[in-house]
Design a protein around this ligand. Structure first.
Ligand code: AMP
Length: 326
């Protein structure tokens, strides 16, 4: 797929002396996996070039994959090729200098709401940007070298963004690419243990979510946590966002929403679903994302209630008009 764009990206990389890989703020496993995996593969493939991965923030969750390079001065961008990964809109770029670069390429698997750069490779049907990077590398074995480290980074990106190959974005191609990455010698048990085990210390927050979860008439689950409670429970921002996961997997409840108060008083919304598409709903509340995994922001508890009511209506309509959901 998209062979021409992939060739064009390779040409841009070939003619650049310095390639700077960037990603979105508050990076998840895919943002980190795709940038570190691509950096490793580019360093192996083009040892004469300067290859960097630069972000302003890191992720504890996938910290075991390694870290970015130290920040570069603005002048370093003048003659650089920036490849911005997994970043749907320019304002989400975790690098203040990304758009000062001589040239920018966008590689992403979110809906292309805001195209940017001289070249865009966007495939919303892909499970992860890491899947696209692996595809790029595999599609031109004369150019690109991969080793276990690069394969592991990309595999982690795919595993995390596809929910361990469970989400509907997982295609046959996802599995084939993941399989080829595994052939580099990936041992899944240590990786899954690092990614998916929880600390015993999460128990109080699980109890909070279970004790405060609400269910609408049509089966939308939601909970709200304010800043004070987050502090009382000793939750980091990343830990607080995990509350969403504690509502997953309840029969008939096809949409679940976490409302997490930010430090500035706004409320971060995380939306997840089975069967039903929720990114349209997210986009009406300053957000967006994938069909079944989106994010948004609301400014008050009243607005939170309005969003929940809309989600309930959406789910009611879906259940009325569709079969086969569970
Ligand atoms: P999250 O719940 O933060 O994991 O986000 C789920 C998906 O929605 C991710 O793929 C994000 O890129 C996307 N997303 C989250 N927040 C926003 C936002 N404010 N605007 C657009 N997309 C978002």
């Amino acid at each position: 797929m998209n062979e021409e764009i992939k060739r064009a990206i390779t040409e841009k990389i070939r003619s650049a002396d310095r390639v700077i890989l960037c990603r979105h703020v508050r990076p998840d496993g895919d943002a980190v996996g795709s940038s570190l995996g691509f950096r490793r593969a580019l360093r192996l493939s083009f040892p004469e070039k300067e290859i960097y991965s630069i972000g302003t923030d890191a992720s504890d969750y996938v910290g075991f994959l390694g870290s970015d390079d130290p920040a570069l001065p603005e002048e370093a961008y003048e003659n650089a090729l920036v490849i911005l990964l997994d970043t749907a809109t320019p304002d989400r770029a975790a690098n203040p200098f990304a758009f000062t670069a001589k040239d920018i390429v966008k590689i992403d698997h979110h809906e292309d709401v805001t195209p940017y750069g001289s070249l865009q490779w966007v495939e919303p049907e892909r499970s992860a940007t890491s899947e696209m990077i692996a595809d790029l590398l595999f599609s031109d074995p004369d150019t690109y070298k991969i080793d276990l480290e690069a394969a592991t980074d990309l595999f982690v990106g795919i595993v995390t963004d596809s929910g361990r190959f469970r989400y509907s974005c997982t295609s046959g191609e996802t599995m084939r690419i993941a399989g080829r990455l595994m052939d580099f010698g990936i041992e899944t048990e240590p990786i899954y243990s690092r990614l998916f085990l929880d600390d015993f210390g999460t128990m109080p927050y699980r109890a909070y979510v279970c004790g405060n979860v609400r269910k609408t008439e049509n089966g939308v689950l939601s909970f709200y946590i304010d800043q004070k409670t987050q502090k009382e429970l000793g939750l980091s921002r990343e830990q607080a966002s995990d509350g969403l996961l504690y509502m997953e997997g309840i029969r008939d409840c096809l949409i679940w929403l976490a409302f997490i108060e930010n430090e500035d008083g706004t409320i971060r919304v995380r939306l997840r679903s089975r069967f039903v598409t929720v990114n349209g709903l997210a986009s009406r509340y300053r957000g967006g994302g994938h069909d079944r995994a989106s994010g948004a922001t609301v400014y008050s508890l009243d607005e939170m209630e309005a969003l929940i009511a809309e989600a309930d209506e959406l789910l009611g309509e879906y259940k009325k008009n569709n079969e086969g959901w569970v």
